[in-house]
Design a protein around this ligand. Structure first.
Ligand code: MG
Ligand code: ZN
Length: 232
């Protein structure tokens, strides 16, 4: 039987709003809005747009940016229980994020997800303004200039051995959703999946996701972690 692996988006999925947008609204000069509009209109790639936006912010604000997000970011209902659930059931959980390391790691710290399971963009604060680095940029098989190439990350995992489950909310999750065996979607991603005929289950909280995963495992008679512990 295929091993389920979960690939979960961060901004707008684990957190209730988009952290890059919150930072720009609070710290960037208003030029950021034009860059955002160009990205949305697909005149600029996500990688180019995000890189340019962060170059609008001085590097010496690093701590302030982080403090601001720690104070304001809300985590979606049920996330902590969801992480516990995957651990308990032995389901591998990866976070695939177009966010930036300097806020993704600290915001995820309370949940005990190993850093090697977190894929996101990097940052360099040694330059005058913030430089973003791209450790998971697109390979030859992707022309979208994603920044953090989610389909590229999914393709690192064997299709035959794994059942790939994507959880996400927006445009950056769409290409990954096309590669997935199962999709949990909300917001823009939900609309897009519907439009393109990609089967997706809607979710609003992580409780919804745990419920659906539990149901499925029961249908497939997969013993839960708990019952395995009991028999051991
Ligand atoms: Mg998102
Ligand atoms: Zn890509």
């Amino acid at each position: 039987m295929k091993q389920p692996i979960i690939f979960c988006d961060f901004d707008g999925t684990i957190t209730k709003s988009d952290n890059i947008v919150s930072l720009m609204k609070r710290f960037a000069p208003k030029e950021w809005e034009q860059i955002k509009d160009d990205v949305l209109a697909q005149n600029l790639s996500i990688r180019e747009g995000v890189g340019r936006m962060f170059h609008l912010i001085p590097s010496n604000l690093k701590q302030e940016l982080l403090d601001y997000l720690v104070a304001t970011t809300e985590i979606r209902q049920g996330f902590s229980e969801f992480v516990d659930y995957t651990r308990h059931e032995g389901i591998e959980l990866y976070i695939v994020s177009g966010g930036i390391d300097f806020f993704v790691y600290p915001l995820l710290k309370p949940f005990g997800i190993p850093e090697e399971n977190i894929f996101c963009n990097g940052s360099d604060f040694t330059t005058d303004t913030i430089s973003i680095t791209w450790p998971y940029a697109c390979g030859d098989d992707c022309t979208k200039d994603c920044g953090c190439c989610k389909p590229g990350i999914l393709n690192r995992f064997d299709k035959k051995a794994n059942r790939k489950i994507v959880i996400g909310d927006s445009i950056t999750d769409l290409e990954a959703s096309k590669e997935a065996d199962f999709v949990f979607a909300r917001d823009y991603l939900a609309e897009k999946c519907q439009e393109l005929g990609i089967p997706a289950v809607l979710f609003e909280t992580f409780d919804d996701i745990v419920e659906k995963l539990t149901e499925e495992r029961e249908e497939n008679h997969v013993p839960s972690g708990e019952s395995m512990e009991r028999t051991c």
